[in-house]
Design a protein around this ligand. Sequence first.
Ligand code: AP5
Ligand code: MG
Length: 212
Amino acid sequence: MMNIVLMGCPGAGKGTQSAKLQDAFHLKHISTGDVLRAEIASGSDLGKQIAQIINRGNLVPDALMISMLEKIVSATDVGIIFDGFPRTVAQAQVLDEMMRRLQRQITAVVMINLPEDEVIGRISSRRQCRNCGEILHVGPEGGTVCPVCAGELYTRPDDTPARAKHRLDVYHKDTLPVKKYYQNSGKYVEINGNQTPDQVFKDICTVLEKVK
Ligand code: AP5
Ligand code: MG
């Protein structure tokens, strides 16, 4: 069973590639960002607390994130793409322990690299569909209707240039150490994310064919 950790800075293309990988390899895509946004959308008290944190571009506490993730992982009996988790070394350690306990293994840790001067542009042009979750890149004229399902497109509250810049700072401080954690595991690979989505996908597939 293939279990992939997909890493990369904000806007690197984790969500875009996860959608492709999910279809091609029959995996379950778990985006911790989407899990948190779903909790916010439910209108729960917990969701209100989460919104205060993530709309500003900060990380939710490790213990909360881990307990939310663990429920989903234990209820999943197919391979998983972890998108946006682990984001701290503490989360990476817990994931290792959780996978051991559930008799699963991380097959590969794929880092999608993107030059920093591409990040803000990509994030400012992103829209996501409230209905089907499709991630889109819109031109200067924007867009309000999903071309896939005609659902409503929205802009994430943490996607303003200032918040995206802050997320990048948080990424450097808290998440880049996770790269060091995995670098010598024999499972860590890097992909050039500054290519067309199809080319990035091809490169990821080439890597996965070797470790599958
Ligand atoms: P999360 O939702 O994970 O956000 P992120 O890591 O900042 O990443 P993004 O979703 O912004 O980017 P992406 O890499 O998925 O890129 P995408 O494919 O959309 O997390 C949000 C927040 O939740 C965090 O800030 C934190 O507060 C909280 N959180 C989440 N996980 C947590 C955790 N584990 N612990 C604690 N807190 C957590 O692509 C971006 C744009 O580029 C799109 O418009 C797309 O169409 C376009 N694009 C994609 N690929 C290409 C390409 N190859 N060429 C041109 N354009 C492209
Ligand atoms: Mg994403």
